[in-house]
Design a protein around this ligand. Structure first.
Ligand code: F6P
Length: 364
């Protein structure tokens, strides 16, 4: 099939580098003489086109994407509640029902004469992309997430920026923690994977790193803090992944607007560590700060490489694949393969061995 027009969507939580991919796809597509449109807010720009002043899609031209590569967020907008195969539809009586409204998506693609889709997102978006492909739409996925938990790629863009920011935060906590002889706990995002807490914790010389892959024993954490106190290192830094959990316990969730999200473990650790150590304890939750701001140079490069590789894939007639990094090359993996399992930190990996050889407590 010869391509004349492609669409781009950004889905799920935003991550630094999304605009870089939009720019890269647009420039590479326009060089091939293809038309390019961006769908607003995941697929909502098509599913609810009438609700958008601009009709729900944006014409992406080289001049429209000029100067956006270094900007965080996404110029298209995004949503993590816009799955067309299980959409929350408001009923006339004010209640909601989950419905499959993918026929609306297919019709929108036909009306707009879109030949192919570049879907940029994390595991949720890749799963939706898989189903969109089953509707007969040509799809190529581009992996994004600060969590780095997508399989089929060594790295996702957004992760490096998040780790750099968390590392800088830990650096800053060292000086204030040391001045007050405190235990400083920093809670970072990452869902059920500990990549951010581990890499930032190592790079920032945290004394304790708690990740979901290794359920922790709080007594070991207290032992580490007290050992440091005994050797005149009267402060400690603890890097906590939001999805980490105590041995035999559960992950911590917070419910906002009826939706439960991981969060609150930092406070839990503080509360339960207080009786076990003499230090004052303070908790900092980095949360969405990890997703904001300019992408790092590594993430900008990944975004450009992924975006142009997605266009080359479409040109070569590939479909139903996700672009991935397999150093030093970019490769393509079937979407089903990329979404089969979460990429977790292997508990025997060298980074964990490194941490433990340095004397860092991994909670065990
Ligand atoms: O997947 C990215 C992520 O930032 C996770 O690390 C975090 O648990 C989640 O999204 C937060 O989601 P929301 O944007 O709904 O607050």
């Amino acid at each position: 099939m010869s391509i004349k027009k492609i669409a781009i969507t950004t889905g799920g939580g935003d991550a630094p580098g999304l605009n870089g991919v939009i720019r890269a796809v647009t420039l590479a597509a326009c060089r091939r003489g293809w038309e390019c449109v961006g769908i607003r807010h995941g697929f909502d720009g098509i599913l609810h086109a009438d609700e958008f002043e601009d009709g729900g899609t944006i014409a992406l031209t080289p001049s429209r994407v000029r100067g956006i590569g270094h900007l965080g967020g996404t110029i298209l907008g995004t949503t993590n509640r816009g799955n067309p195969f299980s959409y929350r539809v408001a009923l006339p009586d004010g209640t909601f029902e989950i419905q499959n409204i993918s026929d609306r998506l297919l019709k929108g693609f036909q009306d707009l004469e879109i030949d192919a889709l570049v879907a940029i997102g994390g595991d949720g978006t890749m799963e939706i992309a898989c189903q969109v492909a089953e509707l007969g739409i040509t799809v190529v996925g581009v992996p994004k997430t600060i969590d780095n938990d997508l399989d089929g790629t060594i790295a996702t863009f957004g992760f490096d920026t998040a780790v750099s920011f968390a590392t800088e935060a830990i650096d800053r906590l060292h000086t204030t923690g040391a001045s007050h002889n405190r235990v400083m706990i920093v809670e970072v995002m990452g869902r059920h994977a500990g990549w951010i807490a581990l890499e930032a914790g190592l790079a920032g010389s945290a004394d304790v790193i708690l990740i979901p892959e290794i359920p922790f024993d709080l007594a070991k954490v207290a032992e580490k803090v007290n050992q440091r106190n005994a050797t005149n290192r009267n402060f400690s830094i603890i890097s906590v992944a939001e999805g980490a959990l105590p041995i035999g316990g559960e992950a911590s969730y917070r419910t906002t607007g009826g939706i439960a999200n991981l969060g609150g473990l930092g406070e839990w650790v503080a509360e339960n560590l207080r009786p076990l150590v003499p230090n004052q304890i303070r908790t900092v939750v980095l949360g969405h700060l990890l997703r904001g701001g300019s992408p790092s140079s590594r993430d900008r490069l990944l975004a450009l490489r992924f975006g142009t590789a997605a266009v080359r894939a479409l040109e070569a007639g590939k479909k139903g694949v996700m672009v991935g990094l397999n150093p030093p090359e970019i490769h393509y993996v079937p979407l089903e393969e990329a979404t089969r399992k979460m990429k977790l930190v292997p508990v025997d990996c060298d980074m964990i061995q490194t941490a433990e050889d340095l004397g860092t407590c991994m909670g065990r």
